[in-house]
Design a protein around this ligand. Structure first.
Ligand SMILES: [Zn+2]
Length: 179
């Protein structure tokens, strides 16, 4: 659905885009709550009677971060790389998708410098778990925890109490060329 610019191939000649010193990326995702499955957020399993259905383990935060990283280097999005209709990804750990996105960032000559994210869900409250989630996301991204923002918001007046929504922005820095 996104109106994309032509993809930048990793072996393509230098383009205006590939000369940029910094790049930003933005990702968004939502999943519906379902009973009887674990709730995974930011690579952490939270105690809650309902989890998030849909693609893989339903980790809406990791999916938004993955799309932010992919978007920053103009790579195909998560749904294109890991089709929800492919049975290989049913129940899969979303850390797999994040690792692929980080690999593409490295191949494009960039390093992740900063992530900020917002989770929007009615229940459970994120505040008691935010330090744990931040630490796990930082570990998955290879960043210090103070370069990872994870904020929890409640969706007041939005009518989205049966869903979890995540927004993520990333800042990439061009790696110093070794010759
Ligand atoms: Zn998703």
């Amino acid at each position: 659905m996104a109106d994309r610019q032509p993809a930048t191939k990793k072996d393509a000649p230098e383009t205006r885009s590939s000369k940029l010193r910094i790049r930003i990326g933005y990702g968004w995702d939502s999943h519906e709550f379902k009973r009887g499955i674990p709730l995974r957020l930011g690579g952490v399993t939270l105690p809650h009677p309902r989890g998030l259905g849909g693609h893989s383990d339903g980790d809406v935060l990791l999916h938004a971060i993955t799309d932010a990283l992919l978007g920053a280097v103009a790579a195909p999005d998560i749904g294109t790389l890991f089709s929800p209709s492919d049975s290989r990804w049913k129940g899969a750990d979303s850390a797999i998708f994040l690792a692929e996105a980080l690999k593409r960032v490295r191949e494009a000559g960039y390093a992740l410098a900063k992530l900020d994210s917002t989770l929007i869900l009615a229940m459970p409250k994120i505040a008691p778990h935010s330090a744990h989630i931040r630490a796990r996301v930082a570990e998955l991204l290879g960043l210090p925890a103070d370069c990872v923002g994870v904020k929890g918001k409640t969706p007041e007046g939005m009518g989205t109490d049966d869903a979890a929504i995540a927004h993520a922005v990333v800042l990439l820095e061009k790696k110093i060329s070794r010759g």
